[in-house]
Design a binder for this molecule. Structure first.
Ligand code: SF4
Length: 364
């Protein structure tokens, strides 16, 4: 078979999958794996074109913006291999206790000025139990909600009781960031101090409480394309509303310090494959964007992304918000959001973990 006939076959098969998704259908894991394994730049550009059509069909030209505040930094008891805030690694990352009201209100002011839908309070700890800390977290959430400036989201780690999730909901939390990070198969290579099932259990309590789920993962940790594919299907299964995709920004001092960067086309292809698998979700590009994509950042929307983490990450810098807003305007995309609410199927949210690496941390 000639290269030309293979190109035609690939193009025909991709168009068949793309049209099916546009009609409201699903692609199978086997079909998704075929997309993840596309190699030629011509095929990948074809894939991006379809992902862009799917984004436009389901999301229009709206781009959802979120930001985060590092509400409790460093000294985390967990050993996530990508994270600057783990107490297991010497990274020089800042350490401080739970945030006072003022920095949160400053973040809300900035979000309001820039049209950012949500501010997520992200804490570097294993999780949250009932007690004085939960009271303080709920107080910060109430203050943020009462300000009316932005939607208060949180990313507070593992939850072990329905009561904690219910209290967060009562305080005003609409969306909780809790990444699955990778496939169940690869997860133990990222963390051994808690399990994939701990994360799924937390998500179960949150959903039961009526809180929307912001859950995604990190790519570039050494996982295979099959791991990325399985992560996307797991996120579909749990009904994630917002799906943050973080790209590893290796932090000095962590086990992933020397991980090689993913090629830009591989990153864009991954985003596009996620859009095929998760056509209606808010797919948000979060940590590692600037350092890994550089001049190709604007291509994320053509690859199917519909949301953006703006402002600085937990422990690393992002490009200025003004630059992101300019980029959206140049592309004819609309970052304005008419309310603090979610769209019919999604939410917006911080992603925790999102930064992960870039800083990241956490989110756990
Ligand atoms: S990702 Fe979250 S849970 Fe893991 S070490 Fe970092 S702050 Fe702790």
């Amino acid at each position: 078979m000639t290269d030309t006939s293979i190109d035609v076959m690939n193009s025909t098969r991709m168009a068949e999958l793309g049209r099916r998704v546009l009609r409201g259908g699903d692609i199978s894991r086997e079909e998704a794996l075929w997309l993840f394994d596309l190699e030629s730049s011509a095929d990948i550009h074809d894939l991006l074109a379809w992902a862009n059509r799917i984004r436009e069909h389901f999301k229009g030209n709206k781009i959802h913006l979120c930001s985060i505040v590092n509400a409790k930094a460093g000294a985390c008891s967990e050993n996530c291999s990508f994270c600057a805030q783990s107490s297991f690694y010497q990274t020089g990352s800042p350490k401080y206790g739970f945030v006072d009201p003022e920095p949160v209100q400053e973040a809300a002011d900035e979000a309001r000025r820039n049209g950012v839908t949500a501010v997520g309070l992200v804490a570097a700890w294993k999780g949250l139990n009932e007690g004085p800390m939960l009271d303080e977290v709920c107080a910060r959430v109430r203050e943020l909600k009462a300000s009316g400036k932005t939607r208060p989201d949180v990313s507070l780690g593992i939850i072990k009781s329905q009561r904690v999730a219910d209290r967060l909901k009562e305080a005003g939390v609409e969306c909780y960031g809790h990444n699955l990070e990778s496939s169940r198969r690869f997860f133990p290579k990222t963390c051994t101090t808690h399990t994939y099932d701990d994360r799924l259990e937390t998500i179960g309590y949150l959903k039961q409480a009526g809180i929307k789920i912001c859950s995604g993962g990190i790519i570039g940790m050494g996982e295979t394309r099959e791991d990325r594919c399985d992560l996307a299907f797991s996120l579909k299964e749990i009904g994630a509303n917002v799906v943050p995709i973080n790209i590893l920004n290796p932090i000095k001092g962590t086990p992933f310090e020397h991980n090689p960067p993913l090629p830009v086309l591989e990153i864009l292809k991954t985003i596009a494959c996620f859009r095929f698998i998760l056509p209606r979700q808010e797919i948000m590009i979060a940590g590692g964007r600037t350092v890994n994509l550089r001049e190709a950042q604007s291509m994320i929307f053509m690859a199917g992304a519909s949301a953006l983490m703006v402002g600085n990450y937990l422990t690393t810098l992002n490009q200025p918000v003004e630059k992101d807003l300019h980029m959206l305007k140049d592309l004819g995309l609309d970052p304005s959001w008419d309310s603090h609410g979610f769209t019919d199927q999604e939410t917006g949210g911080c992603g925790c973990g999102d930064d992960q690496v870039e800083t990241e941390a956490a989110l756990a």
